[in-house]
Design a protein around this ligand. Structure first.
Ligand code: CA2
Length: 151
């Protein structure tokens, strides 16, 4: 889709540590390697991405607000803020572009405190539990949702 706005891929706290610890939960890939895979998948779909990570909740809010004008859709792995952030919930509701909550692991199959998602209560949909493949599936969903004639 020439001229389409990019898909924003936003990552929250501690995801910069991927590939260094807890590979049994989060896999072996680093965030840079996941970014490269996302760029490749988006390219196959004729789309571009903007890929960012922050440990700061307010920065994620700022990027969601930026996405209102600048992005076609948002793939959001808000990390632990998924389960706590009213600010992210409100920002997602405010921006009017589809947000796809995305996780490497399946929070519903983990500790009880991960079973609540304030992000998911505002997002268009959720993809979780497929490791780095979750990001690729989310990009595919984002591309489909933001094409001129969505399915
Ligand atoms: O499964 C996911 O993608 C999560 O968003 C990851 C978050 C967790 O709080 C969510 O419940 C589910 C945690 C990210 C922490 O990443 C680390 C990576 C390497 C080493 C330690 C933490």
């Amino acid at each position: 889709m020439p001229g389409a706005k990019p898909i924003y891929v936003l990552n929250g706290p501690n995801l910069n540590l991927l590939g260094t610890r807890e590979p049994h939960i989060y896999g072996h890939l680093t965030l840079a390697e996941i970014e490269a895979a996302c760029v490749a998948r988006a390219g196959q779909l004729g789309r571009t991405i903007v890929f960012r990570q922050s440990n700061v909740e307010g920065e994620l809010v700022n990027w969601l607000q930026e996405a209102r004008d600048q992005a076609a859709a948002v793939v959001l792995n808000a990390g632990a803020y998924t389960h706590t952030s009213v600010a992210l919930h409100d920002a997602i509701k405010a921006i009017g572009v589809p947000v796809i909550e995305t996780h490497l692991s399946n929070p519903m199959a983990r500790e009880e405190f991960r079973h609540v998602s304030l992000v998911g209560q505002a997002a268009k949909g959720v993809i979780a539990g497929f490791g780095a493949t979750s990001y690729l599936l989310a990009i595919e969903a984002a591309a489909l949702l933001s094409q001129e004639s969505p399915p």
